[in-house]
Design a protein around this ligand. Structure first.
Ligand SMILES: Cc1cc2nc3c(=O)[nH]c(=O)nc-3n(C[C@H](O)[C@H](O)[C@H](O)COP(=O)(O)OP(=O)(O)OC[C@H]3O[C@@H](n4cnc5c(N)ncnc54)[C@H](O)[C@@H]3O)c2cc1C
Length: 391
């Protein structure tokens, strides 16, 4: 007899959501979390598409701000604005939200142990080892983020990018809190820099990229110094974090183990966002795990991987191609692209077809309508169209 039906390693937002689904179904669920306090320190910009309400609970008290769209800026300052004229995304109090999701799982009966770091797992037997303890479970769920100890049992080290972020206060100066501002620059490709308003005077300003932390901070400081509106901003806090890169080949099921969330690299290649996709996958996984436990057949866990790939592979593949394409552009190309996007009236098309969580519809429209031919610099068009030859 095993100690638990399911042992979840990691009480991040995705692990806690999965644990709640399983506890709601009446399974005996354990959660092991290495931190003393859930969600601390903050490692997120907290921007999520409004579809979050389709994939999880989101009480209003965790929404610090809602935004209507984005201003996208080229390196030399051409701005493309996209908006559907209604709230498109929420800016969350991530620490409080993570703690709320864990509390919901516990309320449904999951047993949460804080300050419990898992050292390694045996994915064939379902045994989970800590320094001074051991637990057994029918299914072990790796939800420990990019450095998941469960993933290490059957996957190579994941590729990752680094992120740095400041919380800034503008003092008496205010800015428009209805829009997110995003800045592209080939120095930080495939990432970008974001200014996400929490209020009219505070914002999270950060970036992700292949660079190391000192270069990220250098870029961030340079940005603040070079932009008049941020020159007087006070930096209240500094954060940093690691984002896994989506890998279409990653195995997310093996023997008695599955991976969810960042541990499964379930992250949007274009933005690095992982909350909405992670929540959707937690629900999907809970169905396969339930069937596997009820029938005593761990083989059924594979249904999760099959369904995940079926549902997300195309979207994530297109996002990967978009990201790779951006990586090919130097700053002159980016300026050319933005100028053309404005001239061709593409802002309206992006506003209509664009979506924070899925960009395939927009990309397919740009390709089919031929708009892509007029906005991309000719020199690189052939290289980019090769990348896109598959759709
Ligand atoms: C700077 C930054 C900005 C971001 N901005 C956004 C954004 O705006 N929108 C968005 O959607 N996403 C964003 N993301 C991504 C988002 O934060 C992640 O996708 C999300 O946190 C994934 O949740 P998770 O539960 O899978 O993993 P995590 O949040 O990483 O949680 C994993 C948990 O497992 C625990 N753990 C790890 N190893 C062990 C172990 N061995 N034993 C026990 N416990 C363990 C950790 O302590 C942690 O609590 C951002 C990420 C970064 C770094």
């Amino acid at each position: 007899m095993k100690d638990y039906d399911v042992m979840v390693v990691g009480a991040g937002p995705v692990g806690s959501t999965f644990a709640r689904y399983m506890a709601e179904r009446g399974f005996k669920v354990g959660i092991l979390e290495k931190k003393k306090e859930i969600g601390v320190p903050l490692q997120c910009a907290g921007l999520v598409g409004k579809k979050i309400k389709d994939v999880n609970f989101l009480p209003e008290k965790f929404i610090l701000n809602q935004v209507y769209g984005a201003h996208l800026h080229s390196p030399s300052g051409t701005t493309v604005s996209v908006s559907k004229g209604e709230p498109e995304a929420y800016v969350l109090d991530r620490v409080a939200y993570d703690q709320f999701l864990a509390k919901l799982a516990v309320q449904e009966g999951a047993e949460l142990r804080l300050n419990h770091k898992v050292e390694h797992v045996n994915i064939e037997t379902g045994e989970v080892y800590l320094k001074n303890a051991k637990f057994s479970a029918e299914v072990v769920v790796g939800a420990g983020g990019y450095s998941s100890v469960v993933s290490k049992e059957f996957n190579p080290e994941p590729k990752t990018v680094k992120a740095a972020q400041y919380l800034v206060d503008m003092g008496e100066d205010t800015f428009n809190a209805d829009y997110v501002n995003l800045y592209v620059n080939s120095e930080i490709s495939p990432g970008f820099l974001w200014v996400i308003p929490l209020s009219e005077s505070t914002a999270r300003i950060g970036l992700f990229s292949n660079l190391d932390y000192s270069k990220l901070n250098q870029f961030l400081n340079g940005f603040l110094n070079n932009h008049e509106e941020f020159k007087k901003a006070t930096i209240l806090k500094k954060y940093h974090g690691i984002i896994p890169v989506y890998d279409p080949k990653k195995e997310i099921v093996k023997d008695r183990a599955i991976l969810i969330g960042d541990a499964a690299s379930q992250v949007k290649p274009t933005t690095g966002g992982g909350l909405n996709i992670g929540f959707a996958c937690a629900k999907m996984a809970s169905k396969a795990v339930s069937r596997a436990i009820e029938t005593g057949n761990p083989q059924l866990l594979r249904e999760y991987q099959t369904e995940y790939r079926k549902r997300f592979k195309d979207e994530l593949k297109i996002q990967l191609e978009v990201q790779k394409s951006f990586e090919l552009l130097n700053n002159d190309d980016l300026d050319f692209l933005f100028t053309k996007l404005k001239k061709e009236g593409t802002e309206n098309v992006i506003s209509q077809y664009g979506d924070m969580d899925s960009q395939s519809l927009l990309v397919k429209h740009l390709v089919k309508s031929g708009l892509i031919f007029s906005v991309l610099p000719k020199v690189i068009f052939r290289r980019i169209s090769n990348l896109w030859s598959s759709f």
